[in-house]
Unconditional design. Structure first.
Length: 119
């Protein structure tokens, strides 16, 4: 059983920055794809960025050049650095971990952290 705990959300003005953290309950980065998803009110949950066990990263087009996903294997923690935030980035952000052969939906999820960007 993998437990994921997010932190770092909050209220920020447009153009500002936030860093989200996701602490995992064990050493999973060598076996799981880990990533960030978000869900805005009235919209489906969508992938923001993920990183494979080999370190390959993938970003949604809407965040490329503004967000950076990273991880610290020693701390079992993943991060999402968000710069140049826009009001349309407002959402609940979720941390996810899933095996490469598994869809993210069936993996492990954190409880979510709210990010609100004011205009």
């Amino acid at each position: 059983q993998v437990q994921l705990v997010e932190s770092g959300g909050g209220l920020v003005q447009a153009g500002g920055s936030l860093r989200l953290s996701c602490a995992a309950s064990g050493s999973i980065f060598d076996r799981y794809v880990v990533g960030w998803y978000r869900q805005a009110p009235g919209k489906q949950r969508e992938l923001v960025a993920d990183i494979t066990s080999g370190g390959s990263t993938n970003y949604a087009d809407s965040v490329k050049g503004r967000f950076t996903i990273s991880r610290d294997n020693a701390k079992n923690t993943m991060y999402l650095q968000m710069n140049s935030l826009k009001p349309e980035d407002t959402a609940v952000f979720y941390c996810n971990a899933h095996r490469p052969s598994q869809a993210a939906l069936f993996g492990y999820w954190g409880q979510g952290t709210q990010v609100t960007v004011s205009s």
